[in-house]
Structure formats: C-alpha cells, structure tokens
Design a protein around this ligand. Structure first.
Ligand code: AMP
Ligand code: DBH
Length: 549
C-alpha cells in the first residue's frame, strides 16, 4: 500500500514564534529529546524494571519490563512500516487500558508517525471523522472490550472512506491484520524526528460542531511531562494505577503514564474503573499514586468504609478533569489516608497542580498553580479588560507547552486564540494572592459530564439531522454525582418522536455514548426577542437557567 497520498505536511500552526521558541530552549525547557527515542532510552536506563502491568487484549495478565516493552514496540513499529506507515503519517489508536496500548503508542512514536488518541467510547461518528480529517494511514483497535465489538466499528468506518486506513486489531483480528502478526517483524532503528514538530494529535473536548485535534510537539509535551513528574514526586519507586482511559491527556501526561515511564516507575492498568477493582490492585501492586475524575473520587470515598483492602501504600490521589467540590476534597486525607492533589489541566496545554507540600486549605479549595513560571495567565472581563487582582474572569493562557493553534482549523483558531497567541480556555477563574487558580465556572458551550467534555453544537447538529426535529439546544443540567449531565431541548414538527427513539437515533448515527443527552425536553418553541431569534449563546443560557433555583 502506498501512503503517498497521505503525506500532507502538518500545518505550521504547531509552531511557536521563534522568539518564544528561543526563550523556551534557552530556559532548558525544550530539549532535543523526542518520543521516538523515549522508550529505547528508558530501556537502556531501566531495562529489567517492570514498566507495565495489566491485562492484554485476550484477558491474560501481563507484566512487561522496560526491555520487553521496547522490544515489542520496536517489532510492532516494523510491522506497521511494512503496512506502509511512514514518518509523519497519522495512526488512529483506539485501545482500552490493556498492555498493548503502551506497545502500540511507542511503536507509532518510534516510526516518527503521529498517534491520534481516540477514546474507547468513540463510535463511527468520531472515528470516521478522525480517520478522514487526519487522513489516517492506520487504525489500531482492540477486537472487543466492555461487550462492544470494535471490528464491526472498523468495518463501518473503513466502508465509508475513499482511502481507508490499514486496520490492525489487538486480539482476534477476523479479516483484519492482527497486531500479533506485526510482532514477527525484525526491529527497525528509531526514526530521526524534529523535536519541535508535532508528535501526536490529542483530542479536545471541543466547543464546536466538529471535534478539534491538538498537535503537541515532542519538545513542548516532554517538557510538561518531565516537570509534572518532578512536581508530583514521581521517581523509579512510583507505582501508578491508571483508572481513567489511558489515552486521555490527564492519565497520559499529568504526569501520567509518560511521566512514570520517563522516571523508571511502574504503570498498572486497571481494566475497569470500579472501586473494587482499584482497591484490589492498590493492595496487590502496592500502588503509590492514582488519578481520578471527581465522580470516581467520590465513589472511592463512599466505597472505602465498606472495604477491607489495605490502601496504606497510596501516597497521592490526583483529582481533576472537572471541579472537585471542597466538601469532598477535604475527606480525602482522613478517609483514604493519602495526600490529595488537585489537577486543572487541558489537552491544549496549561496544567495546574496543587503542590504535595501545600497547606490543607490550599489543597482543598484551589485547583493548583501552573507548572511553569513561563506559563502566562490572563484573567479578563467580558470586554477583554484585565480584572482587578483576585477578581473573577475569563482565563487565557500562553506558554512553553500550550498550543498556538488546532490542527488544520484556521477559522476556529482565529477566535480560539488572541492575535498575540493566548489560548482562550473558556474557563471562568480567579487567581488567589498566592497565584493559585480557583475554577468558578465556564463560558464555553460545553458540558463537563464528570470530566467527559461534550460540545453542545456537535450534539445539536446530530439532533437536527432527525427529520422531525426543527431545532435543538443542548445545555448542562446540574447533577449531584457527575457535576453536570446533558439536557437537550428539542423543538419538533409533526408527531414528536419519543425521547428514547431520539437517543437511539443518535446512537445509530454513531455518536459516542457519553454524548447522548441524559434528558430530552420537548418544547413548542425557543424564546425569541422582538427582532427575531436570539443567539444560540443566549438561548443556551436561558435554557440552562431553568435548572437554577
Ligand atoms: P479539554 O480542553 O477537552 O482537554 O478539557 C479541559 C477542560 O476541562 C478545562 O478547560 C476545564 O474546563 C476542565 N477542567 C479540567 N480540570 C479541571 C478542574 N480540576 N476543575 C475544573 N475544571 C477542570
Ligand atoms: O480535563 C482535562 O483535559 C485535563 C485534566 C487534568 C487534562 O488535560 C490534564 C490534567 O492534563
């Protein structure tokens, strides 16, 4: 197979202006280190130490040393090259928390190709989009997980594409190429890649009708990974439990799987997010650190009193992805016996941590402070003027590991970033006198469903595709457990479909399950003003207000 058609050069949006690049190089932040060399270098340093523990695609328990992981990644890289994957190509990786995830990601890195990090929850709408938009040369997916057959998804996605990617399956491959067959290839030398070029495409929760892809460079991301590991006290003795989907930016890099592997520690992949599974693994594997979204942290707190497991090895519990209420945060130390670390991050870049030695009040009531002294923070009012110190406003940021633009999205970039390169996060925050950020709300049209981000417009577009739907507005509805759930307000014409039928319609369109509205409200019409329809922003605002009391 030729990949000639796919050699579309990455747009230069990934690049920071030279004056900033010089600043970040000069500060020692951006180094020549790349993800292609990452694993071979770690294998040379930590060869016989255990790198990854977890199940494989067939459900067998596996433990891989750094050397074994490197050997596997290098063979799989050769196999992918034989399928036509070249440096610079994009490879959509959709794997659950199984050991093959680490093997495949490092295999793709080794080739100098770019993983596109899909989540196991994604379906044909998302995967089809990633394959098309990123012009993927390959799609690597598990045969089956959580009762879902991904081979059927692969069939659906490839049938709809003019230039389908090579499909590689972890587990029973049916008519596709088996990941295990790629292991028969002899190792290749690692690719020589530009450290300041894009290393992969991460996903944004997004705010628009189509998902946005985030090009992160070797230099910028590795800087954030190394610094995160340092801030979080990660070293060769760290044993991290990965409960969240491994491809999510938080468990990947804050400091996550990459931070632990960079430091010679051990990553333990949890096959499911239940507290029972997690507690057993903490005890069995002497876990020292884990990262969770708030609903899972709450589930751990409530399961703790009923559990007999020995959790005494656990030193740090990170919580982030959505606001962790102070009432829950203050229970972590007394009830779980470990230090809480709040993490406020984004796949676009900026990550904030409470520090492990911060006082308890800071840990419980703030979302932390930035990684870097070169993370620039602006808090602006609705008119774009700076708020007085300590005031609440829109958070904008620029820095050594925050992107300057999304992948191939010039129009969106012109509003998502200021002219001088600040990213408009869409978060409403205030900064304490000690420089800690407190997240107070959100201005973007996104629902944060327990850490899973949903773009209102994306779901609205799918709803409006239903023949009986005239208009739709999707908003967040407060929820005690998830923080927020999704409510769709829908105007129909003729005989209204039942809410269940509408949800089934979205599922049939291949939308990921977490984006299906929790509630559908049928309304006769949306509010209008004297001159006609109000803006979608105002509409969503007005509808969301119906949940406030
Ligand atoms: P994304 O841009 O899709 O990676 O999502 C990042 C967004 O998640 C941030 O802009 C916030 O809206 C939200 N977020 C992440 N961590 C936290 C946190 N600790 N508290 C509140 N919101 C958070
Ligand atoms: O929510 C996020 O996207 C997130 C949260 C914590 C993140 O990307 C991160 C840390 O790196």
């Amino acid at each position: 197979m030729t990949t000639g058609l796919r050699r579309t050069a990455l747009a230069d949006t990934a690049r920071h202006p030279e004056e900033f690049a010089e600043l970040y190089r000069g500060a020692g932040y951006w180094t020549p280190e790349t993800f292609a060399q990452f694993l071979p270098e770690r294998a040379a340093l930590f060869g016989d130490r255990t790198a990854v523990v977890g199940l494989d695609a067939r459900g067998a328990q596996r433990r891989l040393t750094y050397r074994e992981l490197d050997e596997a990644a290098s063979r799989i890289a050769s196999g992918l090259a034989a399928l036509g994957v070249r440096a610079g190509d994009r490879v959509v990786v959709q794997l659950p928390n199984i050991v093959e995830y680490t093997e495949v990601v490092f295999a793709v890195f080794r080739l100098g190709a770019l993983p596109v990090f899909a989540l196991p929850a994604h379906r044909s709408a998302e995967i089809g989009f990633f394959c098309r938009f990123a012009d993927a040369a390959a799609y690597v997916v598990a045969a089956e997980n959580g009762g879902f057959d991904y081979r059927g998804l692969a069939r659906e996605v490839t049938a709809a594409l003019d230039v389908p990617p090579a499909v590689v399956i972890a587990g029973d491959a049916a008519e596709f190429t088996a990941l295990d067959a790629l292991r028969a290839h002899d190792p290749l030398p690692t690719a020589d890649v530009d450290p300041e070029s894009a290393a992969f495409l991460q996903l944004s929760g997004g705010t628009t009708g189509t998902p946005k892809l985030i090009p992160r460079t070797h230099s910028d991301y590795l800087y954030s990974v190394r610094e995160s590991a340092r801030i979080c006290g990660v070293d060769a003795g760290t044993r991290m439990l990965v409960v969240l989907p491994a491809a999510h930016n938080f468990p990947m890099s804050s400091p996550g799987i990459l931070g632990v592997l960079h430091s010679g520690g051990t990553v333990v992949l949890a096959p499911d997010p239940s507290p029972d599974t997690a507690f057993s693994l903490i005890e069995r594997e002497a876990i020292t650190m884990a990262s969770l979204v708030p609903p899972l942290a709450m589930a751990w707190l409530s399961a703790r009193s009923r559990s007999e497991h020995d959790l005494s090895s656990l030193q740090v519990l990170q919580v982030g992805g959505a606001k962790f209420p102070a009432e829950a945060a203050k229970r972590v130390r007394p009830e779980l016996g470990c230090t809480l670390q709040q993490v406020f991050g984004m796949a676009e870049g900026l990550v904030n941590y409470t520090r492990l030695d911060d006082d308890e009040d800071t840990i419980v009531t703030t979302q932390g402070r930035p990684i870097s002294v070169h993370d620039e923070i602006r808090v602006l009012d609705d008119d774009g003027a700076p708020v007085p110190a300590g005031g609440t406003g829109h958070l904008l940021t620029r820095g050594p590991y925050t992107i300057r633009g999304y992948y191939n999205a010039p129009e969106h970039n012109s509003t998502a970033f200021t002219d001088d390169g600040f990213y408009r996060t869409g978060d409403i925050v205030r900064v304490t006198e000690h420089g800690y950020i407190v997240v107070e709300g959100r201005a973007k049209d996104q629902i944060n469903r327990g850490g899973e981000k949903i773009a209102a417009e994306e779901v609205e577009n799918h709803l409006i595709a239903h023949p009986a739907v005239l208009d739709a507005a999707v908003v967040a509805m407060p929820d005690r457990y998830l923080g927020e759930r999704t409510c769709a307000f829908v105007v129909t014409e003729g005989e209204a479909p039942k809410a269940l039928a509408l949800k089934a319609f979205l599922r049939e369109r291949g939308l990921a399950g977490y984006k299906i509205p929790d509630k559908v409200h049928f309304v006769d019409a949306f509010p209008v003003t004297g001159v006609g329809k109000i803006s979608r922003n105002e509409l969503r605002h007005a509808l969301a207000a119906t949940f406030e009391n």
